[in-house]
Design a protein around this ligand. Sequence first.
Ligand SMILES: *Cc1c(COP(=O)(O)O)cnc(C)c1O
Length: 413
Amino acid sequence: MEGQAPDRGLYFPGTIPQIDPGFIRQIEKHSNESIALEVIRPYVGDCIPVNELQRIAEETVNFDIPLVKINERISSLELFHGPTLAFKDIGARFMSRCLGYFARDNHEERIVLVATSGDTGGAVADGFYKVEGVKVVILYPSGKVSNVQESQLTSLGNNIHALEIDGTFDDCQQMVKGAFMDEGLKRSLKLTSANSINVARWLPQQFYYFFLWKQWADKNNPPVVAVPSGNFGNICAGLLASASGLPLKNFIAACNANDTVPRFFETGKYEPHKTIPTLSNAMDVADPSNFVRILEIFQNDEAALKAVVETYTITDEVTKSTLATVFKKDKYLLDPHGAVAYAALNNYLETHAGKRGILLETAHPVKFYDVIEPVIHQQVPVPPAVEAQLRKRKAGIKMAAEPGALKSFLLEL
Ligand SMILES: *Cc1c(COP(=O)(O)O)cnc(C)c1O
């Protein structure tokens, strides 16, 4: 319910639970639903009764998460088959259903408030759609999200309210932060944030690392896993899964020009620069919130961290050439975020003969057709579900980038 701890730190499990090794050995025999339940149960304890938790886990993972071979050494774990075509669907669906459960129990209405530069808002809107007892208010910068994303935010209605802010993403974020600090709002409303540091979004992201292992045939030779990283929640979930007994022991943090963590690996100094806009914009994060959780998993032992994680910085030029080459040679269409991970993985494999790897494909390429089409000189096929979505496009409620406007809106909601 509280995204951030009262001292402004991040919540972290008191102990990292160990998954039964017998369960892992038999993982191929288990459904995705029962794997999800087994993984999340120790974190939830008896806060949610097991039959309710089972329903939540089932609804969280009710779409395909296939492992697709690209070539002899590289496969892609496709995380984009959820309702908004983004891997964030998994965390958002889990969180929304947990909040729905607690709202029902407490008879107390919550307002989820979130600023988005694109993917988060769509996944949160879809996840919370028609969840009883929860209203969602999403702020997005006017003219700065794609058509698909805007239609995902604005077309649902019901308990989802999309505000089109006349300003930048930073303005949206400032307004949201302001609302959380506002004493008047605190007194009259129950506000919750749905950003990625919330444990209810972070922890369920472990699921697909287990689904990956289930689908990996060569259990004696675990793959290296390349994760396109921005706020570092996704890779951190993989490292937590590994610490709790999943036999994945090599990870790659693939970054774009926002290279704070790769520079930390090189120099030992954590020095965020200003955020740099790139083609893989969901990863444009200069000061990744979840990195402290990674240090916590390794108990601040840098040598132990470096034995498991390698980092690479990939330029926009290489992102584009990777997209083009993989499409031409392997007939596989990456999105810009997946392309960053592919390029990093490719660099790693050049110096690790005999290894094979998996990249996490975090978004459907159609979401980034404007980047991809000039690179591959072809149109990106639009899936029927997306065409239907685009026809539903409506406008958000227009609002000036002023804290007062948001406050009045929330009080009248
Ligand atoms: C959010 C996002 C990422 C980055 O994930 P983090 O958990 O913030 O590291 C990568 N790719 C896509 C498409 C995203 O939406």
